[in-house]
Design a protein around this ligand. Sequence first.
Ligand code: TRP
Length: 446
Amino acid sequence: MPRSSKAPRAAWNSQFGFLMSAAGSAVGLGNIWKFPYIAGMNGGGFFVLFYLVCIFLVALPVMIAEIFIGQTSKSNAVHAFCQIEGRKSWWRLGGILGVLATVLIMSFYSAVGGWIFFFLHQSISNFAAFSSLDGVEKLFSQITDRFELGLAYQAVFILTSFSIVAGGVSSGIERLNKMLIPALVMIILLLLGYASQLPGFAKAWQFMFDFDLTHFSTTGMLEAVGHSFFTVSAGVGIMITYGSYLQSDAKIAPIAGVIVVVDTLIALASGMIIFSIVFSQNAAISSGPTLIFKTLPLLFSQIQMGQAVAILFFMLVTFTALTSSVSLVEVPVAYLVDKGISRNTSLGILLVVVSLLGTLCSLSFGSVSLFVWFGHTFFDWCDLLSSRVLLPVSGLLFVCFFGYKMDSHRPFEQIYRSIWVRRLMKFATCIVAPVAIIAIGMMGII
Ligand code: TRP
């Protein structure tokens, strides 16, 4: 549908700004708390190689499809399909599910974002509390059980994200990412330099990169596919939305290539940093919230320059969370703005919805089990519904629309110059990616 608002559509100031913002969305908690763990547990080097193939054959095609849909339609994740087809298109269902997913993801992401802010604060002002397992566990239960504390930090996270998006596409989102992504890379390099001096570095290398075929399984393969899809933030329309602010003549393939390379290098470097610390102290490997809010804080108290490392680490995690959350907020905002609602009103509506759902997510923890349905809390439901249902269905619709319905735009001819690359990517887009998404969707892997 044509946009009803008269104001000129927002745009990135530069292609570099788009690159930083898209990389900011892609680099998230998954790079830090999931990838290193699944890589190590599934046999290291061979898994990493297989993952690279998945990035190339599944993640990249979906990402390029989304960016192209956005760039061509200059419209939000829902209306893009109608704009391209020139009528009310049922393909917009993918966009609607994507918008829903961003709202649900933002709701539980903001709870975790609040915990991250809290731990950053503690690493600066109360580092002594990290010195025993008991102390660390108390901190974590403080933030999850004491609702007013959890909600206060969550509110700070939500308000920070919303006020950045309120600044607009180029002076809010782009400016933030142009600052935070280079800062994040600097922190990674500093921590990597530090980790390389630790006794556990060689073992971390072995864990992440040595070829150990005995630990490589079919489940591991599916995990690689699922994570490759998740790590580029595919399937929620972020790349459609961000792509719609991109100049029409920008070359998508090289930009998307750089984004996945940056994302992968950051995931690999995080793994080396985390496991060098873990193995230096002979600690047990872990992933997810346990890794970030328990294992690592305790280890920071045991290593040299621990407080500096802790502060840098939590800054890193804060930056990855913020650059991802602004992308989550922008998807529904772009949809409402294109419907003719002002940016501020759209943000206001969304703020109410996210605050309500986000509160229910936070209340899922602690002793109150008011919100448990079929054994899962509200927090779990937001996570499960978005990652197991909405993401795969939308991702599948996006990639199929691009691969099968955009013929008149000759997308492959426009994007890929070399005929061989074009053939390969056509095969990846039309066959490999859809089959892979159906497989991981049915297995509930993402
Ligand atoms: N890409 C993020 C990561 O690697 C996770 C993610 C998936 C995400 N979908 C998203 C982040 C949508 C923001 C928006 O951790």
